[in-house]
Design a protein around this ligand. Structure first.
Ligand code: SAH
Length: 257
């Protein structure tokens, strides 16, 4: 498409290296699912490889010009090429209940993409995404590290995360300012029962004031709870708590309510 001008505001950085595209797609396991949803297919470098191994592919692209291009160049039915902002897409609308997510994600919304994934995690057993390297490092981080934060806890609560490989800038057009990395997320087989709303609230509130101990950062939330001063970990800071401890705290709050 010679006349295509990339749009900076849509975070368009197109992958040029076909071997990297192949390597990303090759990591899909197709265990327990046969449908793949691609976020931001762009000019379709990943799509080409996806279609060579999987017949049920849905593409979600926000740029109308690219939608025309994809419809013209890929032989998949038009209702599988969806013109939409992924953050407003609800898989239930098209009755999709079991699929993998893949994409070279638009970096400025990659955290929001992950929160969207967490909203629908019951339908998504696997996700492979290209992230800004720093964001990827935050997602895989552990307690005690500076990079440990909201996304590390929430993603690792539901998914086992693997850092697949680093990707250099020059394989994209236009060249981004940052390095990239590809992550593989596999949903955990067993997730202990807990109240999702309480966990999200605790994690967000405690990391939003990460220098404070939980007694202070969670104050407005827990002060209404009977015997809240008996809750565990109140003298620790968010980054000192493991994922298991966040879940323990969530369950202690739940039983007191
Ligand atoms: N996958 C392609 C393009 C990556 S660039 C490749 O690897 O070359 C990011 C892509 O995401 C662009 O096509 C951009 O138009 C699209 N995009 C940006 N914001 C989006 C959103 N909110 N929802 C869906 N697609 C989006």
């Amino acid at each position: 498409m010679r006349s295509f001008f990339y749009k900076k505001k849509l975070d368009q950085h197109f992958l040029k290296d076909k071997n990297i595209a192949k390597k990303i797609v090759k990591n899909l396991s197709f265990q327990d699912y046969n449908t793949v949803v691609e976020i931001g297919p762009g000019l379709g470098i990943l799509t080409t490889y996806l279609l060579s191994i999987c017949s049920k592919v849905f593409l979600i692209e926000i740029d109308e010009e690219l939608i025309f291009f994809l419809r013209k160049n890929f032989s998949i039915s038009n209702n599988q090429i969806i013109h939409k902002d992924f953050l407003k897409w609800n898989p239930e609308e098209i009755n999709l209940k079991n699929f993998a997510l893949i994409g070279n994600f638009p970096y400025s919304i990659s955290s929001q993409i992950l929160f969207h994934l967490l909203k629908y995690n019951q339908y998504i057993p696997e996700c492979i995404g290209m992230f800004q390297k720093e964001v990827a490092e935050r997602i895989i981080s552990h307690e005690g590290k500076k990079t440990y934060g909201i996304l590390s806890v929430l993603i690792q609560t539901f998914y086992d995360v693997k850092y697949l490989f680093t990707v250099k800038k020059h394989v994209f057009f236009p060249v981004p300012n940052v390095q990239s990395a590809v992550l593989l997320l596999k949903r955990k087989k067993k997730i202990k029962a807990f109240n999702k709303n309480i966990l999200f609230k605790c994690v967000k509130m405690s990391f939003n004031q990460r220098r404070k101990i939980l007694k202070n950062s969670l104050k407005s939330f827990i002060k209404k709870i009977p015997n809240f001063y008996n809750l565990p970990f109140l003298n620790k800071r968010a980054e000192q708590l493991s994922i298991r401890e966040f879940i323990q705290l969530t369950n202690e709050i739940e039983i007191r309510k």
